[in-house]
Design a protein around this ligand. Sequence first.
Ligand code: S6P
Ligand code: ZN
Length: 175
Amino acid sequence: MIPDIRKPYGDKIIRKLSDIKSLFADQKAVEEILAKDDPVIYEVYALPVPSDGDNLVIGTTILFPGRVGNEFYFTKGHFHNDPDAAESIMGLEGKGLALIQDRNGKFESHELTPFSHVYSPPGFGHRVVNVSDENLVFLSICRADVGHDYETIMADNFAMKVVATDKNLYNYEII
Ligand code: S6P
Ligand code: ZN
């Protein structure tokens, strides 16, 4: 039984499809969805701490299941401004992939399942993808002073896309 780790957390971020729409490959599918609705893709709950290097930000992300076209829902993704700042990502519920890549084009994907751990080394950006039909819940821990570079991802996106290979089943491939 996993405790509800959201309860002690103070800060909450909600990201909807409209916030990250340009990152999805199938823009026709984006427009079709947004014509009817603006679904929440994920929520992040974090413990508020001073933003200095002595503190750690511990965040819980709930990434909902879904697809845009054949591409699974994912987090926006980011690099840390501080190239020396790593991050620890731990799966709590559901099934997904943690994509990590550095600024020189090196990239890897790692399965994220309950109690698995993915290490995003210094210099690597990270994005998480939900490849199941259930919520994917994971914990992230990094120093509080890392700074988040979202601009690079918004401009260049991630090197990997995770798409469904079947209309009904949640089989996936990384392209
Ligand atoms: C922060 C850590 C996570 C993410 C969260 C949402 O360093 O990686 O808490 O903030 O998973 O992803 P994003 O890319 O929108 O910040
Ligand atoms: Zn991070």
